[in-house]
Ligand binder design. Structure first.
Ligand code: URA
Length: 228
């Protein structure tokens, strides 16, 4: 398996498609490579292209707030995109650009081995699931990748609306907030086989919150913060 620094270096210097000619910077991704959660968007926009960081523009501010509201710090998750270079004028990435670029993402996923992949928007959800998706009816609940999927079978995928969608459709914000609350529940509820265990166990995903926190501690803190 590739070393994470090599993967990042290969993305930064990639010239495999014509987006390399128009980009200012490739945007590999940002965050904790030891994390259990990856957020995957579509492609860098203007601010991301300039700063070489994902989700730093308007959509990024929305994402940061949504993460903060469920007690997640963007430094403790990994945030990236399906396509690592900005398509001119923020147009949709084209199939050949996606197909050329997506092996970088697969290498990032293989290196990080996340427990949950959160897709932001229809594009990322469809690419990860490798099927036609229906974001308006499928958002906000977990799916598993199927046998034969390029990233492996049985990986948890949690589809969310793209934060930028709320800029054009403000009424989607309440759905997005609800979905983040559902994501928090999903991340903090123990897998079914652990439900029988009477003693308090460390939450399997506590590391993205704060090492050694139990589910009860997380929920207590969140109650204090008025999240529930
Ligand atoms: N939209 C995306 O999909 N990705 C970014 O990094 C920024 C905006």
């Amino acid at each position: 398996m590739d070393n994470f620094d090599d993967i990042v270096k290969n993305i930064k210097t990639c010239t495999k498609c014509h987006l390399a000619k128009t980009r200012t910077n490739a945007v590999p991704g940002e965050g904790d490579k030891q994390t259990e959660i990856i957020f995957i968007g579509e492609a860098p926009g203007r601010n991301e292209d300039i700063q070489a960081k994902p989700f730093v523009g308007q959509a990024g501010k929305i994402l940061d707030n949504l993460l903060r509201e469920i007690g997640l710090d963007r430094k403790k998750v990994y945030i990236t995109n399906i396509v690592k270079c900005r398509p001119p004028e923020n147009r949709d990435p084209q199939p050949e650009e996606i197909n050329t670029c997506i092996p970088h993402l697969f290498k990032q996923i293989a290196a990080i081995k996340p427990k949950v992949i959160c897709t932001l928007g229809r594009f990322a959800f469809a690419e990860i699931m490798e099927r036609k998706v229906f974001i308006s009816s499928e958002h906000g609940r977990p799916f598993k990748t199927e046998h034969g999927n390029r990233i492996g079978e049985g990986i948890n995928v949690f589809p969310l609306y793209h934060p930028a969608a709320t800029l054009h459709q403000p009424n989607l914000m309440s759905a997005l907030k609800e979905d983040f609350a559902k994501l928090q529940k999903f991340l903090t509820s123990p897998p079914p086989e652990e439900k029988e265990v009477p003693k308090v166990k460390e939450n399997p995903l506590a590391s993205v919150y704060n090492k050694k926190q139990t589910k009860d501690q997380i929920e207590k803190k969140d109650k204090q913060l008025g999240l529930f």
